[in-house]
Design a protein around this ligand. Structure first.
Ligand code: GRF
Length: 206
């Protein structure tokens, strides 16, 4: 928690000094519905974020259409064709003076050296009530275990998968009639409110 508060303080201070909005990069791999919700949020008058860059490891990621529609620069990084893809990502982040990264369905794990070298906060949204159900196939596992509740979590990214400090969580009740598909749909809807709220909380003055 202390580290979270320290990072938060530093970021808020930078913003105050420059009087500018926070430059955000969103990382995606597919559908991009959370990217879409963040773009909408960035357009609100009181929003403190400016989405400068979208990074995708897939050239055919459906979510890229949201970046194109809003004329946000995007960068596609093919992990197979590049010896050091993260080096190229860092170069882009520096070019766009990115202050904060939001992972939104990005299916690559960032290396420890990337996380340590970037020096700015990285957030992720995970479709479970962390610390429960880290990793993939969360909805299937939740349904299989007959859980009563599920939800989503926005957390700081650390070198340990899905284990960084929790910023905000939203939960919902699982109905008897729910299956992994219906749960995914409901949680996705929840996430579209959760991510902007979590960012706003993260950036809020102490
Ligand atoms: C979301 O459920 C998010 O929690 C998880 O991946 C999914 C991405 O969905 N990390 P979308 O691409 O934003 O629609």
């Amino acid at each position: 928690m202390e580290k979270f508060l320290q990072i938060q303080k530093e970021l808020v201070l930078v913003e105050k000094l420059t009087g500018k909005k926070i430059n955000l990069a969103v990382f995606i791999s597919g559908r991009g519905s959370n990217l879409n919700s963040l773009i909408k949020y960035s357009k609100y008058k009181n929003s403190r974020i400016n989405i400068k860059l979208v990074i995708s490891n897939k050239s055919d990621a459906k979510g890229l259409k949201y970046a194109k529609k809003s004329k946000i620069n995007f960068f596609i990084i093919n992990y197979k064709d590049n010896i050091d893809p993260e080096k190229k990502i860092i170069k882009n982040l520096n070019n766009y003076k990115i202050d904060l990264i939001c992972l939104a369905g990005f299916m690559k794990i960032l290396s420890k050296s990337f996380i340590n070298n970037f020096k700015k906060p990285i957030l992720n949204i995970h479709p479970s009530l962390l610390p429960k159900y880290k990793g993939l196939n969360t909805h299937e596992r939740v349904i299989k275990n007959n859980d009563k509740f599920s939800g989503s979590t926005v957390h700081l990214v650390t070198a340990k998968l899905d284990s960084g400090c929790i910023i905000l969580q939203k939960k919902l009740k699982i109905l008897k009639s729910d299956n992994a598909k219906t749960l995914e749909k409901k949680i996705l809807k929840l996430e579209h409110k959760l991510y902007p709220e979590a960012i706003s909380k993260f950036l809020s003055n102490l």
